[in-house]
Every structure is written in structure tokens, then in C-alpha cells.
Write a protein that binds this ligand. Structure first.
Ligand SMILES: [Zn+2]
Ligand SMILES: [Zn+2]
Ligand SMILES: [Zn+2]
Length: 170
């Protein structure tokens, strides 16, 4: 499908308009008789009919050729509204990248994403180390559990005796 003519900075030349979709050529190709269409438009057409949409002369998908380079270059240089910010214009052959602002922003975001990914990896490593030390600590804890257990039991006894005392006061 071609690009909507209204998206361009200047009204595109009629020569750049695909007669199937009425948009500016997207990946222009030419048929056997030299007519130019968007590749997807012409392929779609020829899947249903074996003739040129303009001249009705026999034509097949196998005979489709890329449109001449000078035409492709002219179309590629047209200024179209950036699809991302819908604010700046960008040449059609850089449409996928977006305008310079959007391109730089995306690049910065990607770097930031890569940084946070690296941070994430470091964190995981730190967590793994923490877990290992936890395990060591745990095995120590098992050793000390008996002693702690005794201490806890002592505390419980102490606690209950204190409760008894406070009840006695009433
Ligand atoms: Zn088209
Ligand atoms: Zn034709
Ligand atoms: Zn943009």
C-alpha cells in the first residue's frame, strides 16, 4: 500500500501516485508494459488477474521488475511526516527510522535499556552471591539452632513467669 499523499510536505507529483491504491508508491515496481505500482498493490492485483491494471495487456507476477532507480530515488527523497512524532518531516527512504529527533531518542532509549539490562544482570549475580552466603549462614544456623532453641525456651519460661507476676499484682 502506498503512502497517503496528504502526509507529504509538498503535494506529490501525479507521476508518483499508484493508480491502484492512489497513494505515493511504496516499493515501486514496473510491469511488462512499463507501468509503475507499489509492489504489494501490483502483486495483489496479478494474483487475481493476469493483466496490467492500466492497459489490460497480459502480465504476470514473474515479469515484475523493480522500478527504474531514478524514479525510486526521486520518491525516496520526498519529505513525509514522521510516523512517530507526527511533527517533523523525514525523507521517504528514511521513513522506517523516523525523523532525526525520533531516531536519536530511540537510540538513547535503547542504550538506557541495555544499561538497565546490564544492571539487572549484575543484580542477579549479587542475588546469587547473597543466596550462597545465605546457605552458608543457614548451615551455621543449623549448628546454632540447638543453642538458640534452648535460649528461646528459656525466654518463653521467663516470659510466662513475668505474666504470672503481672497477674499476681492485680
Ligand atoms: Zn499502490
Ligand atoms: Zn502495464
Ligand atoms: Zn519523529
Amino acid at each position: 500500500m502506498g503512502y497517503e499523499a496528504s502526509l507529504f510536505l509538498e503535494k506529490p507529483n501525479d507521476e508518483f501516485i499508484c493508480s491502484i491504491c492512489l497513494g505515493v508508491y511504496d516499493d515501486p515496481v514496473s510491469d511488462e508494459c512499463g507501468h509503475v505500482f507499489c509492489s504489494a498493490c501490483l502483486e495483489g492485483w496479478l494474483k487475481r488477474k493476469n493483466s496490467c491494471p492500466m492497459s489490460s495487456l497480459p502480465c504476470s507476477i514473474a515479469k515484475i521488475r523493480k522500478a527504474p532507480l531514478p524514479l525510486r530515488n526521486l520518491i525516496g527523497a520526498l519529505q513525509i511526516l514522521c510516523v512517530e512524532c507526527k511533527k517533523n518531516y523525514v525523507s521517504l527512504d528514511r521513513y522506517e527510522d523516523g525523523c532525526q529527533d525520533c531516531y536519536v531518542r530511540r537510540l538513547t532509549n535503547r542504550t538506557a535499556a541495555k544499561d538497565s539490562f546490564a544492571r539487572g544482570a549484575r543484580q542477579t549475580q549479587a542475588q546469587a552471591q547473597a543466596q550462597t552466603s545465605d546457605n552458608i549462614w543457614q548451615s551455621d544456623w543449623v549448628k546454632w539452632a540447638g543453642i538458640v532453641g534452648v535460649a528461646t525456651a528459656g525466654l518463653l519460661v521467663l516470659n510466662s513467669s513475668m505474666k504470672h507476676k503481672s497477674r499476681d499484682k492485680k
